[in-house]
Design a protein around this ligand. Structure first.
Ligand code: DGY
Length: 424
């Protein structure tokens, strides 16, 4: 029987966003993540859209204050100093003003802008804001397609597990194993002072990912060199799908705003579609690709359903994904586990190795609807509603029983629950 959490109401979700608002930008959680995170901001903006259009646009403006001259939008903007997070701005050493990290994150922002543009109540402001953001979005998409795809292969390179936003996926085990750890940061970590260590990545993971930060720093954060020379270079299935969807959404914005770049965007979409087959495994599932070794990931993660969100597959592939979803659901109670529950490394409490994340559920359900699998999308939405009602706005959830995990009062969980109508 599910216990009703009295905190899971629209008012309490709005209160979380207001409490996590640091004056124009929203922290994911004040203790674990006390700065502005890139893809979090896209979902947070959708949450604000349900009650305060102006604040939704402001969230995105704050993020773009951190955009680099080469178009990159960093994964963290350190607007103001805050205690309790490692690695802070001095470790990244990017010398940007305002201080930022040196890597990006899945570009969900473009799709959020399209939703704001279409759905915001103040139509005049929506047109003005979308027009002002358009060149910044375009510069960021060009950065993905040019700097991060130097060979114009149609598949973009990610250089750090944190760039995927799905930090400790099994997909990164093999590529990270090829990174020789050059430092031991276990004593510097702050995350495990806030959250149970069993629910977070390992020390070994941290030593390797921080080695990557040092490598990029040694290259002076030069975008072109980072893309070609870092010892971790992968095509993350999540980023690739989110980018393809973002390209489609950017195209829709370009048309609506009469921006003469539709041909350029069509070129990207054609290249991505042509290359997408490189991410299909012999069993028909979709995987990340290690660009250094040429190997597909041995694990299937929830991103295997994301080609639906990207509108990147045909009806037959969509039906196969619907069947795969049904198989997964024979093993867990709540959709959608972040890693295949039959994978030997499936860990239902450890971050991206098993737990359910509401923002992934939202995107995966969107994809199933687009291909006519409304009953699956309904199932995902029903499960999302049930876990939020049971456990509140936690960072992630155990797919076996819906128990909340990670940080509490999490901005993107509150925001997507509001936008997706999980609390009515
Ligand atoms: C962290 O610090 O855990 C973040 O996910 C990095 O973006």
């Amino acid at each position: 029987m599910l216990i009703r959490n009295p905190e899971a109401t629209p008012e309490s979700a709005r209160t979380i966003l207001r409490r996590n608002d640091r004056g124009g930008y929203t922290v994911p959680n004040g203790r674990i993540y006390p700065f502005q995170w890139n893809w979090d901001s896209g979902f947070v903006a959708l949450g604000y859209l349900t009650f305060d259009d102006k604040r939704a646009w402001q969230e995105l403006d704050a993020l773009f204050a951190g955009q680099w001259d080469d178009g990159m939008v960093p994964h963290i903007v350190f607007h103001k100093p805050a205690e309790g997070y490692y690695p802070g701005p001095e470790i990244w050493g990017t010398r940007h003003a305002p201080p930022t990290s040196g890597i990006s994150q899945p570009p969900v922002i473009t799709s959020a802008v399209l939703r704001l543009f279409r759905e915001a109540k103040d139509r005049e402001a929506a047109g003005k804001n979308a027009r002002a953001l358009f060149p910044k979005l375009l510069a960021w998409h060009r950065w993905w397609h040019e700097t991060r795809d130097p060979e114009r292969s149609g598949l973009v390179t990610s250089v750090h597990p944190w760039e995927s936003g799905r930090d400790n996926l099994p997909d990164w085990d093999a590529p990270l194993a090829a990174v020789t750890p050059k430092l031991d940061v276990s004593a510097l970590r702050k995350d495990i002072t806030h959250v149970n260590a069993d629910e977070r990545p390992s020390h070994d993971f941290y030593n390797r990912v921080m080695t990557l930060v040092e490598e990029a720093k040694a290259l002076g954060w030069n975008g072109a060199r980072v893309a070609r020379e870092l010892s971790f270079r992968v095509c993350d299935l999540g980023i690739q799908c989110i980018l393809m969807r973002a390209d489609r959404d950017l195209r829709a914005l370009a048309e609506a705003l009469s921006q003469p770049v539709v041909g350029e965007i069509d070129g990207w979409l054609a290249q991505e579609s042509a290359a997408f087959g490189r991410l299909v495994a012999p069993d028909g599932s979709f995987r990340s690709l290690d660009l250094r070794s040429g190997q597909l990931s041995p694990a299937v993660t929830a991103a295997t359903f994301m080609p639906l969100y990207a509108r990147a597959v045909d009806a037959a592939a969509a039906s196969a994904l619907a069947r795969l979803f049904e198989q997964w659901m024979t093993r867990v109670a709540f959709a959608v586990p972040s890693t295949d529950p039959s994978y030997p490394g499936f860990d239902p409490q450890r971050y991206w190795r098993g737990p359910v994340w509401l923002i992934m559920n939202f995107m995966i359900a969107d994809g199933f609807v687009a291909y006519g699998f409304d009953h699956i999308a309904d199932r995902i939405r029903r499960d999302s509603r049930a876990i939020v009602r049971r456990s509140g706005f936690m960072e992630y959830f155990d797919p076996r029983d819906g128990r909340g995990l990670g940080g509490c009062d999490f901005s993107w969980s509150a925001a997507i629950a509001l936008y997706w109508g999980l609390l009515d």
